[in-house]
Design a protein around this ligand. Structure first.
Ligand code: TYD
Length: 210
């Protein structure tokens, strides 16, 4: 089973992923958590190029780098893990490209979707959580993180993140079956409970089949 988390920077994905992984582990599941871009040595190398403030990267080049990192992760890590019945939880997946490079940067959304298809070989998450928070809250959280400076993507400005958030909302409403929109501006525990209640049924089906 492939579970993905999406949302703008600062939406609390990594906290929720850690909580969910622990919750699933406690129920006897074998869980692998990954992040995008990343998860292989090649994809981590691409990640450092993408996030470095040293480079100015054209939106099409940016898209293709995210896709290259994704293709490597899917083929060498995600598919083999799914083949062994491991629950894979991924911090971002193809929807990030649609939201950030499509809606955010203004590339054609159907071009982005074609690139996503090429990179994933058609692999789709079983369930995707969109952790939705107002831009204000995201910016406040980022400002509160001591010592960390904004990476290249985080320097994209408020309007960009507004478009990304709207993009996610559009994707989530067109793919209602797969998406769960969770308001993520409450406490981590409340968000976790919302995630668990959405996933319980799916997990029951999965363990029944295993
Ligand atoms: P990261 O530090 O992992 O951000 P976060 O903790 O918010 O997930 O950096 C990943 C950045 O890359 C983030 O700004 C979102 C962006 N991104 C894209 O623009 N397109 C993509 O396809 C992916 C996977 C990430």
């Amino acid at each position: 089973m492939l579970i993905t988390f999406e949302g703008i920077d600062g939406s609390g994905k990594s906290t929720q992923i850690a909580m969910l992984a622990q919750w699933l582990g406690g129920r006897g599941a074998t869980v692998l958590t990954l992040r995008e871009p990343g998860g292989t040595t090649f994809s981590e190398a691409v990640r450092s190029v993408l996030l470095s403030t040293k480079h100015e990267i054209h939106p099409r080049a940016e898209l293709l780098l995210f896709e290259a990192a994704r293709a490597q992760l899917v083929e060498t890590v995600i598919r083999p893990a799914l083949g062994r019945n491991i629950i894979v939880i991924c911090d971002r997946f193809a929807d990030s490209s649609t939201a950030y490079q499509g809606y955010g940067r203004g590339l054609s959304v159907s071009d982005v979707e074609n690139c996503n298809f090429m990179a994933t070989g058609g692999l789709k998450p079983d369930i995707t959580f969109f952790l939705d928070i107002p831009i204000e809250t995201a910016f406040e959280r980022a400002a509160g993180r001591n010592g960390s400076t904004a990476d290249r993507m985080e320097q994209s400005g408020r309007d960009f993140f507004e478009r990304v958030r709207e993009g996610y909302t559009l994707i989530a409403t067109t793919e209602k079956e797969r998406f769960r929109i969770i308001r993520a501006d409450s406490t981590p525990q409340k968000v976790h409970e919302a995630v668990c209640s959405e996933i319980s049924e799916l997990i029951a089906q999965y363990t029944a089949k295993a």
